[in-house]
Design a protein around this ligand. Structure first.
Ligand code: COA
Length: 352
């Protein structure tokens, strides 16, 4: 497996680290089994398709559906024709619902031709925290006067001290009742165990889970601070999960929490903060605090930051449902963010 990954991806790809691999595929130490369909010819691995089981809500906040995110779909150049599709069919036979983020330009048309629905761009919300630190990162014709149009404007008196993740992760502190979250009705269940795996146990990123409100209906915001390098060295806040309960009170909770997080990121020296999210209700609060929904056609602040890559990048999401009855006709009803499974991943193995 290591040889296959190192030669078909690259030797310094994080998935080549045993620790990262075991975390990513939720390897159970008792069985040492990872969720990857493998195609072998004799002793040679010719193709793989990974899947990570993540129950989803699909229309009902109380009902769970068996679902998986697919990732690391790769066949070697000498594999026989049709192998990729065969791997896909195998995983589809296990899980009725499949999702994938960042499908490649080769993979996406294949998925679409087999009935998957793809959303080309997950909306990205951007808020500038320190325009001077952003200037060097601007690309694609972005101008400094534009930055002032995305400037964070804090709501006075609404910044609270941040609750640290431990406080939020230990039951009974975090036990949301999903009926208060209709906006999460299509997406991965953000259960305590999911947050534990995705954020607390992550082998290389340090995420911060913050929350506000009652244990049954908190507003939650998860972020990490990225140290950029390359053409400029600064910090950027990546907000990777942000949701709050329904109703005006929930909205106010969300606004207060986001205001606190952005104030904190500003004090911590971040140039800007961003948030990828299909659900406009959550993203809209960024615009209430001065930020903007990034233009679909004009990206001026980079997405890849380690090193800073001044190239346009969008996150896509593709979905396969068991039948057309479950097909999601309006992707803005989904709750997908940058951190859904492998969307927020390190670029390289740590030097050590
Ligand atoms: C993506 C990948 C795994 C597909 O595997 P593969 O073995 O090459 O693909 P298959 O031969 O099984 O299937 C290709 C089928 O998809 C369909 N297809 C291929 N390209 C297509 C396109 N642009 N539009 C529509 N359908 C297409 C065809 O029906 C084709 O079947 P055919 O050979 O009978 O014509 C492989 O190309 C790969 O490893 N790519 C590099 C990594 C990558 O991009 N992974 C995808 C991540 S989302």
């Amino acid at each position: 497996m290591h040889r296959f990954l190192a030669s078909n991806y690259r030797a310094d790809h994080p998935i080549c680290s045993k620790e990262f691999f075991e975390w990513q595929f939720k390897v159970d130490p008792r069985t040492e089994r990872a969720g990857i369909v493998c195609a072998w010819e004799g002793d040679e691995l010719l193709g793989i398709l990974g899947y990570v089981s993540c129950p989803v809500m699909w229309g009902s906040p109380v009902e769970r559906k068996d679902a998986a995110f697919t990732l690391y779909w790769m066949v070697s150049p000498d594999a026989p024709r049709g192998l990729g599709l065969l791997l896909l069919r195998r995983v589809k036979a296990i899980y009725p619902f499949l999702l994938t983020v960042n499908a490649s330009p080769i993979g996406r048309p294949i998925l679409e031709s087999t009935g998957w629905t793809c959303l080309e761009q997950v909306p990205r919300y951007v808020v500038v925290l320190n325009p001077d630190h952003c200037t060097e990162m601007l690309f694609n014709g972005g101008r400094t006067d534009y930055l002032s149009q995305l400037l964070f404007s804090a709501v006075p008196g609404k910044a609270l001290p941040l609750n640290v993740k431990e406080a939020w992760m230990c039951p009974p502190v975090y036990r949301p009742d999903w009926k208060h979250y209709p906006s999460l009705a299509f997406g991965v269940v953000r259960s305590a165990s999911h947050l534990q795996w995705r954020y607390v146990d992550h082998p290389s990123f340090q995420y911060h889970i913050t929350g506000l409100g009652e244990p049954e209906k908190p507003a939650i915001c998860v972020y990490r601070i990225e140290d950029t390098f390359g053409c400029c060295e600064t910090k950027v806040g990546r907000i990777v999960d942000f949701f709050f309960p329904v109703g005006p009170e929930g909205e106010l909770q969300g606004l207060t929490l986001l205001n606190s997080v952005l104030s904190h990121l500003q004090q911590a020296g971040c140039a800007f903060a961003d948030f990828f999210c299909t659900m406009g209700r959550f993203g809209n609060l960024f615009t209430e605090l001065g930020g903007r929904l990034e233009s679909k056609t004009k990206q001026v602040l980079p997405v890849r930051l380690t090193p800073v890559e001044k190239t346009v990048r969008h996150q896509n999401v593709c979905i396969s449902t068991p039948s057309t009855a479950f097909k999601l006709h309006n992707p803005s009803g989904l709750y997908i963010t940058k951190s859904d499974i492998d969307g927020d991943s390190p670029a390289f193995l740590h030097a050590t």
